[in-house]
Ligand binder design. Structure first.
Ligand SMILES: Nc1ncnc2c1ncn2[C@@H]1O[C@H](COP(=O)(O)OP(=O)(O)OP(=O)(O)O)[C@@H](O)[C@H]1O
Ligand SMILES: [Mg+2]
Length: 305
C-alpha cells in the first residue's frame, strides 16, 4: 500500500527558534492519525508546512505521491485543510461560503454542495451568515468547505476544540465515515479520549516527536514504570507529601481518584506503608496500567532537551 504521507526530518525555524525539530511521520490511506502535544509544541506549524502554507526549513515530505517542494500545486488540489481558528467569511451565508470555496477548487457540482450541507446538518442553516453560527456549526461549515473538492487527505487542526461531547461524537462519526471511504485524516487534539479514537498517534514536545504508534503501543511506553491508583479525600498534607515520596515521577488527580506514576523504587507495599501513616482515612492503593494521559504528561512535561 502506498503511504498517504511520508515525512522525514521535517523542521521549521523562526529565526533562532526551532518550532519543529526533525520529525518523521508516516500515514496510511484510510487512517485517522492524531498529533498531540502541549500548547506551542509545533502541531499547527507542522500542519501549515504539510498543507503548503509555510515552507519547511528542512527535511522531505511526500504527500499523496507528490513532493512537497517540487509539486505543491498537485498536492494542494488533493488535500483539505481546516484551520485551528475559524477562517471562513462571517458576512457570507453558509451556502455562499461553500460556493466560494468550491469555486476556488474549480468544483461546479451543486448536488455535491447540497449533499455535504445535508450530511453535516447544515442545510437548516443554509441562509444564515457564517458569523452567526454557533461554534459547533462553524466547525462543521469549515469541514464542509475543506471537503468540497473531495480531498484524499484532510488536515484538521483541533476540529473539536470547545465542542460539546455529543457534537464531538457526531463529528468523529463523520471522520470515521471519511476514513472508511479511504480518506486519510490528520487531526490535532488536546483530548485524550479523542486520541484513543485514532488509529495512529504521535506526541510532540518542544517541536520533537517523543512518541509514535497505536494507542496501545503508546500506553506500553510506560511498561518500565509503576502505576498506582487510589481514592483520596481531602487530606491536603498527605497530597502535598506524596510527590516527595521516593520514586514518584508524577501525580495526577481526578476528583477523589489519584494516579501515581513512579519508578521501580516505589513498590505497592511502600506506597501503602506511606499512606497508612496518615491518620483518619483508609487508603487502598492498587497497581494499574498506564493510560494515554499518563504517557503524555510523562513525556511532554519537561523542559526542552
Ligand atoms: N510565524 C511565526 N513566527 C515566530 N514563531 C512562530 C510562528 N508561528 C509559530 N511560532 C511559534 O512556534 C511554536 C509552535 O507553534 P504552533 O502554533 O505550531 O503550536 P501548537 O502545537 O499548534 O500549539 P497550540 O496547541 O497552542 O495550538 C510556538 O512557540 C509559536 O509561538
Ligand atoms: Mg495549534
Amino acid at each position: 500500500m502506498t503511504s498517504s504521507l511520508v515525512v522525514n526530518n521535517l523542521s521549521k525555524r523562526f529565526g533562532d527558534f526551532i518550532a519543529v525539530d526533525n520529525i518523521d511521520l508516516e500515514l496510511q490511506p484510510g487512517e485517522i492519525f492524531g498529533l498531540l502535544g502541549p500548547n506551542a509544541a509545533g502541531k499547527t506549524t507542522t500542519i501549515r508546512m504539510l498543507s503548503g502554507i509555510i515552507r519547511p526549513s528542512g527535511g522531505t515530505a511526500n504527500i499523496l505521491g507528490f513532493d512537497l517542494f517540487d509539486d505543491l500545486e498537485s498536492i494542494k488540489s488533493r488535500i483539505g485543510y481546516v484551520a485551528q481558528y475559524f477562517a471562513l467569511y462571517p458576512e457570507l451565508t453558509v451556502t455562499e461560503n461553500l460556493s466560494f470555496y468550491s469555486g476556488i477548487y474549480g468544483v461546479d457540482d451543486s448536488q455535491r454542495q447540497t449533499d455535504l450541507l445535508e450530511q453535516y446538518g447544515l442545510n437548516q442553516f443554509a441562509d444564515r451568515y457564517a458569523g452567526q453560527l454557533s461554534g459547533g456549526y462553524k466547525r462543521r461549515l469549515s469541514m464542509v468547505c475543506a471537503l468540497c473538492h473531495d480531498p484524499e487527505l484532510v488536515f484538521l487542526d483541533e476540529p473539536t476544540a470547545g465542542i460539546d461531547p455529543v457534537t464531538r461524537k457526531e463529528l468523529w462519526d463523520l471522520f470515521y465515515e471519511l476514513a472508511m471511504a479511504g480518506k486519510t485524516l490528520f487531526v490535532t487534539t488536546h483530548y485524550m479520549e479523542e486520541a484513543e479514537r485514532c488509529h495512529q498517534l504521535a506526541f510532540l514536545s518542544h517541536g520533537k516527536r517523543v512518541a509514535q504508534g497505536t494507542p496501545d503501543e503508546i500506553r506500553r511506553m510506560l511498561v518500565h514504570k509503576q502505576i498506582y491508583t487510589f481514592s483520596a479525600g481531602k487530606d491536603m498534607a498527605m497530597l502535598k507529601a506524596l510527590p516527595r515520596l521516593e520514586g514518584v515521577d508524577l501525580i495526577n488527580r481526578f476528583g477523589n481518584s489519584i494516579r501515581v506514576v513512579a519508578d521501580d523504587s516505589l513498590t505497592l507495599e511502600k506506597l501503602a506503608g506511606f499512606l497508612a501513616e496518615w491518620p483518619g482515612e483508609e487508603y487502598e492503593p492498587v497497581q494499574t496500567t498506564a493510560n494515554l494521559e499518563d504517557v503524555f504528561i510523562t513525556l511532554t512535561s519537561g523542559e526542552p532537551s
